[in-house]
Design a protein around this ligand. Structure first.
Ligand code: NAD
Length: 381
């Protein structure tokens, strides 16, 4: 039987082509790559690609998100996985230090966790590496002079911004809404808070699913863009009064609070796509005296019954909805294949000495963006 991991690996066409090339060119021969990332099927495809390039790969997961099947698969295929799934921050810290204990030549970091710890106990042979996220870039940019090695930031690639943050998150938020609620979007009023990459993708996906979409965005330039893209741009109170579905995608805190309870329509569905669960102030909303009852219903749906009889539904407790509910799939394989192809090419550039010592915490070089874009257009024809 083919496992989910085999399905994902088989569909990562960019990574498969890179793995084949790396098997011949061996860019990481004799090198150790250390990483701490979400261990799930798509990262398995990435780590095994690096291994095919001759690397010894030493990895641990992120807090709370490690999938046991992914760990088992990696271990069976020669990747050293430090520790197992944990929700304990101190244990996670020990696992990260365990990865650094192998003195990796290259670090594939996520959130700056490994590079920051490396600085506490530096060693000579570190060549540099990559950082996956914006939060990691912000953290590591302050440490540039100490790091003094090439570190390429994958999230700052335009490909990552439009392929993952816009298109893939938009689709997976729609997919999660449908999977968790089993409710139709046709003819419903959807209100999206935030018109950055993520908000743009959500708005477009729900419009494509026959909803009427409106956007609330404080930046007048982005509000204009939303308007020219064909979305309504009401003031927030008007938007909330008519919305059947509300999605937050701002990166800000307390975008929706108990102060909005008065405005919400009966049977409205609230969900968040932003990174932190603080966009919808769920605790404060639940604790409001106008909430008579809270029912934790089918997986991922909380219903608040108000004293005036209205019902308000909250998905995934206000956590990222596209990673919530039963059997979350996350972003599409294609979008992750693109992001991870950027990772593989950036690590190759650092290993081969093609990234300069001055490239400390910088965006993916445009030559790598072009190479990955061309390969995708060719392979996915
Ligand atoms: N769910 C996922 O898989 C996933 C993937 C990528 C990013 N994210 C997260 O989604 C969030 C948004 O990412 P982005 O790249 O679109 O960010 P962004 O900064 O490009 O856009 C956010 C927009 O929200 C607007 N905004 C801020 N406060 C607001 C408010 N109170 N009401 C309405 N709009 C407001 C800002 O003006 C900005 O235009 C971040 O938290 C990011 O980490 C989630």
């Amino acid at each position: 039987m083919t496992s989910r991991i085999d399905w994902v690996r088989g569909n990562c066409r960019l990574l498969r082509a890179i793995a084949e090339e790396f098997a011949a060119t061996q860019p990481f021969r004799g090198l150790t790559i250390g990483t701490g990332i979400h261990l799930e099927p798509k990262t398995v495809a990435l780590l095994l690609t690096l291994k095919d390039g001759g690397a010894r790969v030493v990895s641990t997961g992120n807090l709370n998100s490690t999938q046991p099947e992914a760990v088992e698969y990696l271990r069976a295929n020669g990747v050293d996985v430090v520790g197992d799934r944990t929700t304990d921050e101190r244990e996670h810290d020990r696992h990260l230090r365990g990865v650094l204990g192998s003195q990796p030549h290259l670090i594939l970091d996520n959130g700056g966790d490994l590079f920051a710890r490396y600085l506490e106990d530096p060693y000579e042979r570190l060549l540099g590496g990559t950082e996956e996220t914006t939060s990691g870039r912000v953290r590591l940019a302050k440490l540039r002079s100490q790091l003094a090695r090439p570190i390429l930031v994958v999230n700052d690639s335009p490909i990552k911004q439009f392929a993952e943050n816009r298109h893939a998150v938009g689709q997976s938020v729609l997919e999660s809404f449908l999977r968790i609620t089993n409710r139709a979007t046709n003819g419903r009023n959807v209100l999206v808070f935030g018109y950055g990459s993520v908000g743009k993708g959500i708005a477009a996906s729900f419009r494509n699913a026959f909803a009427t979409v409106a956007v609330v965005e404080p930046d007048p330039v982005l509000r204009l863009e939303a308007s020219l893209d064909g979305f309504q741009v009401p003031d927030r109170a008007t938007g909330l009064r008519t919305a059947d579905i509300v999605a937050t995608a701002t990166g800000a805190e307390r975008v929706l609070t108990e102060a909005d309870l008065e405005l919400l329509k009966d049977r409205v569905i609230l969900m968040n796509a932003g990174h932190f669960p603080a966009e919808i102030a769920a605790d404060r909303i639940v604790a409001d005296p106008r909430v008579a009852r809270r029912n934790d219903g089918p997986e991922g749906i909380t219903t608040l019954v108000m004293t005036d009889g209205r019902e308000i539904h909250l998905l995934a407790g206000g956590h990222m909805v596209n990673l919530g509910g039963p059997r979350p799939l996350g972003n599409s394989i294609e979008s992750m294949d693109l992001g991870f192809a950027l990772q593989a090419r950036c690590l190759e550039a650092v290993a081969r000495g093609r990234a300069g010592q001055e490239d400390v915490v910088v965006p993916v070089p445009s030559s790598i963006n072009a190479m990955v874009a061309e390969a995708f257009l060719e392979l996915y024809r």
